[in-house]
Design a protein around this ligand. Sequence first.
Ligand code: 5CA
Length: 439
Amino acid sequence: MKLSQFFLPVLREDPAEAQIVSHRLMLRAGMIRQMSAGIYAWLPLGLRVLRRIETIVREEQNRAGAIELLMPTIQSADLWRESGRYEDYGKEMLRITDRHERDMLYGPTNEEMITDIFRNTVRSYRDLPVNLYHIQWKFRDEIRPRFGIMRGREFLMKDAYSFDIDAAGARRSYNAMFIAYLRTFARMGLKAIPMAADTGPIGGDLSHEFIILADTGESEVFCHADTLARDWAAENIDYASDLQPLVDGMTALYAATDEKHDTARYEKEVPADKRCHARGIEVGHIFYFGTKYSAAMNARVTGPDGALITVEMGSYGIGVSRLVAGIIEASHDGNGIIWPEAVAPFDIGLINLKAGDGAVDAACTDLYAKLCAAGKDVLYDDSDERAGGKFATMDLIGLPWQAIVGPKGVKNGVVEIKNRATGERQELGTEAALALLTV
Ligand code: 5CA
């Protein structure tokens, strides 16, 4: 993509309304724009990151055996009256009346709707277990939308819903999502810690929040440092095997948000040099709530002996849009964002230091074509802005690699390659540069 043909409205100044670094950088890097309180448009650069995060989430859900579908954003109030949550949800729910005076709502979550789909389609225990998920926009009329898309009113969520015939099966479904979450966040370059959590309006008595550590996080967290030790992205998980030992291995180590924190236990269980007291961002939340919705809404299947069984359910959320901000909170410096390669909007930023100079243009065009042919996503800054501005923009938008081509380099047959994360620069011949950038 040539910058001259892209849409990247960067801001040189810090926007006054942004209180945390991810919000500031997302506005400055031209990733989002606020349309109303807590409601954002995703500009092209932001959308690219959102899509990459979505892809990782999808791949890991599929790997763990969940099946994708897509439910609508607008739901009928009647379904929520059946579960009893229509009144309970209060002012957080955006209520809408259609032209026939029917009560509708913009879904804040989908337990009722998926239970309705399930009860109308699945009849036999033979069709279980099943775990269905979608990646869809939600609306919650938060009292205090803030920090940009971190706590928005409209946000993108992955929500999965599992159905099992008994509690042991539901626990297996829960465990599969638990491990899939560790892998999902690790693939994005994040260390997420599962912490026992309250269940709020979703309900149930088994629940874990997945928290990434960041100074600006909304919750205060306490954990054993070893919860951060394992690289789950490198693990080869057999989802058909018993995952309980893996889950137990993680949950045995102390980890709690301030809501559930127990100072005496923390001090007893965690040696002083392993204590980690920090702030965190909730990027995922999983729930096992048994028959809360299936009993209220009559979601039953026939068992092996012909008797009806009320199905056991769980639900599993990931804040897909929140993750964009979460990753920036975890990975930035004074000059801008530092994207982990797995979610970067482009792999490489190619900077032409003298657009209009025949030799430099030719060298850039050649390098651009070769990088694209090797399957790399390249943002080629072919504009005639001055060098300082180009460097600042590239650092701000945080692509993992920069390739800098100027008149001196072209004369000497070299390209300067900069690694955004380490700041390390090296001058390489074109072939060596290509080899480095296309591994
Ligand atoms: N139905 C369940 C699980 S599918 C559910 O709704 N869980 S939740 O309320 O915990 O939301 C799931 C995830 O969505 C949270 O972990 C968080 O990462 C994200 N999320 C929740 N509210 C917001 C918000 N206002 N803005 C951005 N992300 C949010």
